[in-house]
Design a protein. Structure first.
Length: 340
């Protein structure tokens, strides 16, 4: 079962400049980010909020709640003045006290990209420090990092949901997140198709027996899971790197431990091996690139359902070798032995 018309509809929403006719805000303070979100809730326009690179210490979590049928596009990595997206780190830091972003665009699409969500915390039941959802429109989350977040009564980093349209979660990094019911990400849809592509989830923890420390999917829709690294997220006895409670298909993933749940419709070229990341130069790793000898290099699906991005999370071309690599980062091994 591969790639239906729903996928084309989801991707078409985000092709080209996401908000060509939108109201665009360039923001460079936490206060300005929230002000732009508040204006966007009721201005009857598509909105693009462009955040200048930097670290934003949040005394209160950022929120957005709108019933308008308009696109909200939030992106980081911009230079001063937002004339160019330069891949500058843009961190929304919850300071271990607040959830960095709670976003609900009931009737409009959502696109969130090029942000780092760090040290967020929520004690709300069944919730995550970062929540991105729509009631009936596509949700796209790509090129983000989720680091060291905590959901004491829910999911460690991110919950993503939409009612019956589509979802793309692509080229993100999840590390060091900790939740009571799930470690990194829980994604759900009521109907349609979801796509989880080219993500790296490592070292996340779930406390509940039988839960997923890495990726969990639920709802009633079909998910395609492709080119992901889900590894070392099951350090608590009885937890797993991946668990599905919904129909799904898996292509070219590396998964440490798969939990019982809904059986997949199809599994192709799945690996269960140490990813062999590049050794970390310090005590804490924030980039999980593959070593040249990793079995995951050139092992991905070039035509993964939902599509692959043009660049990896670090900004390198997404496909450098014979095939796309598995995970959020691309590595080149052509010259390892001195021959092309």
């Amino acid at each position: 079962m591969k790639f239906t018309q729903t996928a084309a509809i989801v991707l078409a929403v985000f092709v080209g400049p996401a908000c060509a006719e939108a109201a665009t805000s360039c923001v460079a303070t936490a206060t300005a980010i929230q002000s732009a979100l508040t204006v966007a809730e009721n201005n009857s326009q598509d909105d693009a909020i462009e955040i200048v690179g930097g670290s934003y210490l949040l005394a209160a979590g950022l929120t957005f709640n709108s019933a308008e049928a308009h696109l909200l596009d939030i992106s980081g990595g911009w230079n001063a003045g937002c004339t160019q997206q330069i891949n500058a780190d843009t961190t929304l830091d919850g300071q271990n006290s607040v959830p960095p972003l709670i976003l609900y665009n009931a009737n409009g699409p959502v696109h969130v990209s090029h942000l780092t969500f760090a040290s967020g915390k929520t004690t709300a039941s069944l919730q995550a420090p970062i929540q991105i959802s729509s009631n009936s429109q596509p949700v796209s989350i790509e090129m983000n990092s989720f680091i060291g977040n905590k959901g004491t009564n829910g999911i460690g980093a991110l919950t993503a949901s939409t009612g019956f349209y589509g979802m793309v979660i692509r080229n993100n990094l999840f590390i060091g997140n900790h939740g009571a019911l799930g470690g990194a990400l829980f994604a759900s849809m009521t109907a349609g198709e979801g796509f989880v592509i080219g993500n790296t989830m490592v070292g996340n923890i779930a406390d509940a027996d039988g839960s997923s420390g890495g990726l969990g999917i639920g709802g009633a829709a079909h998910f395609y899971i492709s080119n992901n690294i889900l590894w070392n997220n099951n350090s608590i006895t009885g937890t797993f790197d991946f668990k599905a409670n919904v129909d799904h298909s898996r292509y070219h993933n590396d998964i440490g431990a798969v939990g019982s749940g809904t059986a997949p419709a199809e599994v192709v070229a799945e690996q269960y091996v140490d990813p062999q990341f590049v050794p970390c130069p310090g005590f804490v790793c924030f980039i999980f690139e593959l070593s040249p000898t990793s079995p995951l290099v050139d092992a991905g699906d070039d035509i993964a359902p939902g599509g692959i991005t043009q660049t990896d999370l670090a900004g390198k071309p997404r496909r450098l070798g014979a095939h796309v690599d598995i995970g959020a980062y691309e590595n080149e091994v052509i010259f390892v032995d001195g021959f092309e």
